[in-house]
Design a protein around this ligand. Sequence first.
Ligand SMILES: Nc1nc2c(ncn2[C@@H]2O[C@H](COP(=O)(O)OP(=O)(O)OP(=O)(O)O)[C@@H](O)[C@H]2O)c(=O)[nH]1
Ligand SMILES: [Mg+2]
Length: 567
Amino acid sequence: MYGWDLPKERVVLVGVGGQRNDEKASPNAYGLDDSLSELAQLAETAGLQVVGRVTQRLRAPHPGTYVGKGKLRELRLACGLTDDVAEEDEEEEAHDDDDDDFDEFEFQWEDVSEDEDEDASAPPSPRPPAPIPEQPHPKPKPRVVDTVVFDDELTPRQNRNLAKILDDRVQVCDRTMLILDIFSQRARTAEGQLQVEMAQLEYQLPRLSKMWTHLERQAGGGAGGGGQVKGMGEKQIEIDKRLLRDRIVMLKRKLDKVSTHRAAYRDRRAAAPIPVVSLVGYTNAGKSTVLNALVGAGVLAEDKLFATLDPTTRRLSLPNGKDVLLTDTVGFIQRLPTDLIAAFRATLEEIKDSTLLLHVVDISSPLAGAQVAAVEAVLEDLGALDIPRVTVWNKVDALTGFEGGVVLGGGADGGADGGADAGSETTAEARTREVLSRAAKCGAVAVSAATGFGVDALVDVVQSELVRVSLTRVEVLVPYDKGSVLGEIRRAGVVESETWREDGTRVIAHVPVSAARRLASLGMTAVGGADLGADSDGADDVVATWSEEDEAELERLLMEEEEEANT
Ligand SMILES: Nc1nc2c(ncn2[C@@H]2O[C@H](COP(=O)(O)OP(=O)(O)OP(=O)(O)O)[C@@H](O)[C@H]2O)c(=O)[nH]1
Ligand SMILES: [Mg+2]
């Protein structure tokens, strides 16, 4: 363990956006303040200390410098750099109308609680104190700032300009770099580490080359003897780019190997037909906590973004005695860096092979709607939107007035109130009822993974969903005097064709295995189709039997994979 007592890097956050939270077009979108708060959470997760925020209302980030000119001055002040923005940057085009784009300057020091003597022992700032800023800008106190973090992925050009504007003394970082940094701190398996490094290199490559191009142009632009410097610059770009590319090729090769192995494992797993249920959702929604509540596993759950990076699989036994594999996955976030999705594609592919997805939503978050939309966007990107999905409203205990959730409906304790009617319900009961009915309307299951509320109901839903999605194709002959059976087939399944014959209706349909069994037990003649299992146990044999040998095989495979990953 290192670094826990080192001073934290101090950062200022910068965000732009068209709308503030209070005037958002839709409650299902991240406003400027929401997004910056999330960025602050990301910064804290990465181990940084947020000391200030700068926001600007702009329809879109300034193409050259992310924020406008006036705001840059403010930012330099905030960083304790002198007021004057050096000389006009050659790449900053004339944007005379810049300052008309925004109507509001805002800088805000974070309320950082720190003891006095920490301040006293802090090294003296190497930077000159900030001059008194001109009005109407606020007057920030000079303060040491190590890094400025921008709330979007900066283009190579913005990156370069901003580094210059901050005198190359205060570091420039952006949302993507921050997420990549968290991922690299958290990746545990060899595969995860390879994937993150790959994403980081892909991110650096265009920026590196552009940076050198910039130097090269500078050198070449000078009158006279620039030639030699230019030549060196060119050579350096080539070397650096080649090194990066070589490393990327090497990483790709390694990742391909891992993914071939994974595919082989998946194939073998598919051969043992045990359904895979994957937990997906926004980061910090409570996926790992739900997994723990379902299987009692000690999976790390933390109030941190991206606590889980490497997929964890556990076995869950359903009430009907069948098992499923439950997989916890990396959380999603709005504007997930594309390089990262690409690098993690192999891991995310697992989601695509699931029989069922449990989409865990932190329903206590005011941003639940926006987070659901963000998750659905990633699922669409992965081609996983058509996998059957159960929406799980988690953290219902954290809804105001919920008070831990009173379990309703059990008639057994109904008498305790002495025949209480709905009118004399407690607030908590009313709240529970309201949450449950809202969830039901949205086709969601309300749970609190923290208190265990609703977890049994969730298990039941998982079981019945698996039954529902495990349709089997049957061809049966329904005698005319058993018309109700026809109705039942239509209700429970999907009818492919119906033909009327002398002896009854010939139906080809896809029905749940349990319904197929019932048809067989009713003495309906099965014409081909799935094996309706004359075996006597009669249970809904949704999941093929999972034997001891299968178990041992899986364990062996998992271990093999882990060992491979560690070499
Ligand atoms: N109040 C409350 N808090 C919860 C509940 N479930 C999870 N949490 C908390 O929410 C935080 C995040 O939980 P995790 O299970 O780590 O969330 P996750 O979705 O796995 O997060 P990542 O792995 O970071 O994507 C933790 O501090 C949990 O204790 C719940 O039902 N109620
Ligand atoms: Mg997790």
